[in-house]
Design a protein around this ligand. Structure first.
Ligand SMILES: Nc1ncnc2c1ncn2[C@@H]1O[C@H](COP(=O)(O)OP(=O)(O)OP(=O)(O)O)[C@@H](O)[C@H]1O
Length: 439
């Protein structure tokens, strides 16, 4: 066995002792160590999903285990066996030419954008601009945290204008791509082409302009690009993670120009919007997923939409790999280990699933009317936990247990509370269940 293989076996062994058997067999076992050089280990993974999972959830553990085994810092580098095309639009470094490379992502349209409290102003402004470019709000400036739909809306404007008039000259770039293009043009002496390319447009979309900070030459060039387009009443749309005057080292003349138009912020979506976004993505991708599970996922991720989408993909992949239907319990397993930034919403359905599987009875029996002790006690425990761990009212809990009366629920809770005073094995069961439900 060579060094690489020996080290890899040690790292895998450490993973095996900590990860659940399902995680180990579906996500860790398929990984292959390919090379070890300059303190970097290249690890090959079968799918993009595996790669994301390793990056998000296993990379830190890898570093720890590798360090434990070697006393040196080893960085993991993940590659995918047969890399599929990237999902996100990549702003390419466009070679100077007269042909406009729009680089628009056809999936980012108004149709696929879910409107909610945090983005309705931005959506309305985008729609106006797509219908009357260069007229009302120029430039249109979106700002807000990561993954909240700024890029999506920007592309939606471009796609809408292209759909209305296919001759529209649209260009989407990130500020970094603009910078690269500009440097490239200087190096190859093609500044004139660069200007032609950026100034003969109907719509220029520049993403993440906070990265212009510190880049004097690029800001100078962008200033002239901006003026040329603006004077011709051509539309400019910009995004940033903050307001123009909060971007460090952005020239005052750019800041003041960006204020000529309209600045709108996008804030994180509320729970209802998150559920609606998940539902729309699930429908678009033909994912069969119960409403309750969508609510559960939306309750877990309250930071940004990109993470929300990631969570849905993770659940889908997890179901696929374990050849199981998507349920709330499966979603809860799939999302375990994710660094969840949001608060968690525990549902009655999840409690029912966990309790039923803990006592090896069916969910139908748990919610049903059978009066045998092996079923009655778990049913009462599930009601008790629903009351204790969720905000649901007694009638709501009753409704979810096959339409029982709220007095039945209350009676069940009283029974369990009373038994918990003396019954040690019940205390243990309830404790175990609470641990499972509140990781
Ligand atoms: N309201 C929404 N409806 C549907 N999808 C959305 C919505 N908001 C965001 N998304 C999706 O979330 C993902 C992230 O959005 P986007 O890339 O537009 O974020 P961003 O604000 O530009 O973030 P960054 O600052 O990181 O570039 C995209 O796949 C986008 O389609």
């Amino acid at each position: 066995m060579n060094d690489l293989e020996a080290l890899w076996q040690m790292i895998k062994k450490s993973f095996k002792t900590e990860a659940s058997p399902v995680t180990y067999s579906t996500l860790i076992e398929p990984a292959k160590a390919i090379s070890l050089a300059n303190n970097q280990m290249t690890i090959e993974l079968p799918t993009r999903f595996h790669k994301d999972y390793w990056n998000d959830s296993l990379a830190d553990k890898f570093r720890l285990y590798a360090y434990e085994a070697t006393s040196t810092k080893i960085e993991p580098h993940f590659i995918v066996e047969s890399e599929e095309p990237a999902e996100q639009p990549q702003a390419t470094v466009v070679k100077p030419s007269f042909k406009v490379n729009t680089a628009l992502n056809p999936r980012y349209t108004f149709d696929t954008f879910v409107i909610g409290k945090g983005n309705q102003m931005a959506h309305a402004a985008a729609l106006v601009v797509s219908e009357e470019p260069g007229n009302m709000y120029n430039p249109l400036f979106f700002y807000g945290g990561v993954g909240l739909g700024k890029t999506h809306l920007m592309h939606a404007i471009g796609n809408k204008m292209m759909a209305t008039n296919p001759e529209t000259r649209v260009k989407y770039v990130t500020s970094e791509a603009f910078t690269n293009d500009f440097i490239n043009a200087i190096q190859t002496g093609t500044q004139e082409q660069f200007r032609q390319e950026y100034r003969n447009l109907d719509l220029l979309l520049v993403d993440d302009i906070q990265f212009f900070a510190d880049k004097e030459g690029t800001q100078e060039e962008f200033f002239h690009t901006f003026n040329a387009l603006y004077e011709e009443n051509k539309q400019i749309v910009l995004t940033s993670d903050r307001l123009p005057n909060e971007i460090p080292k952005l020239q005052d003349r750019l800041v003041s120009r960006f204020k000529w138009g309209l600045s709108v912020d996008i804030t994180p979506p509320d729970l209802e919007t998150r559920i609606a976004i998940l539902r729309s993505k699930a429908q678009a991708d033909h994912i069969d997923i119960p409403n309750d599970t969508l609510t559960y996922i939306a309750g877990q991720i309250d930071s940004n939409v990109r993470e929300l989408e990631g969570a849905l993909s993770r659940v889908q992949a997890y179901a696929h790999l374990s050849k199981a239907m998507i349920t709330t319990s499966l979603a809860s397993d799939a999302l375990k280990g994710l660094k969840l930034s949001g608060s968690t919403v525990l549902t009655i359905a999840l409690i029912q699933e966990k309790v039923a599987s803990y006592y090896h009875i069916s969910q139908a029996d748990l919610k049903g009317k059978k009066r045998v002790k092996q079923i009655v006690v778990p049913r009462q425990i599930a009601m008790y936990l629903s009351r204790e761990l969720t905000d649901n009212s007694l009638p709501k809990i009753g409704a979810e247990f096959g339409g029982k009366d709220h007095t039945t629920v209350l009676h069940s809770i009283d029974k369990i509370e009373e038994a918990l005073q003396t019954d040690q094995s019940l205390q243990e069961d309830v404790q175990n269940l609470k641990m499972e439900l509140k990781p």
